[in-house]
Design a protein around this ligand. Structure first.
Ligand code: ZN
Length: 149
């Protein structure tokens, strides 16, 4: 029987091999760069809004499998969401990764739950959350480089 964590790992590897929405948006409404010095992950995100709805979100960068897969899955999860929904999603995602108790997992995360096993590896949590912090900074129109330190 396939363990659920094996399945999750398979999805992470798949998104790492062929990241979704991996491109630059020229003239993006918002963009920001993020860096995780602990692992060396770098990511740049590009966002176009339609009112307060995320119309388009893409990324480019180089990093470990977890950071790349997290960025890829994030773009899929954020597209079509309102800014309020995006913020809630980020909080739930962050909560899932930093919860000390296993099982404190939100049920609205959908595919993002593939990262639930990452909370057992504290050093990896930053790899998974880097792109989310970067999106946050982009939407707040902050132009300095975001780091996880
Ligand atoms: Zn990493």
């Amino acid at each position: 029987m396939l363990d659920i964590q094996d399945l999750y790992q398979e999805m992470i590897l798949d998104h790492n091999r062929s990241p979704r929405n991996y491109r630059v948006i020229e003239q993006a409404d918002y963009s920001a760069e993020g860096y995780n010095p602990l692992c060396g992950d770098r990511v740049t995100v590009f966002i176009n809004l339609d009112g307060d709805v995320v119309k388009e979100v893409t990324f480019q960068g180089s990093g470990c499998a977890i950071s790349t897969a997290s960025a890829s899955l994030m773009t899929q999860s954020l597209k079509g969401k309102t800014l309020t929904e995006a913020k809630t999603l980020f909080e739930q995602f962050h909560g899932m990764l930093t919860a000390s108790e296993e099982g404190a997992i939100g049920s609205c995360l959908g595919k993002l739950e593939v990262f639930s096993g990452v909370c057992k590896y504290p050093a990896r949590v930053k790899c998974a959350t880097l792109v989310w912090h970067t999106v946050n900074a982009a939407l707040q129109d902050r132009h300095e480089m975001v780091t996880t330190e």
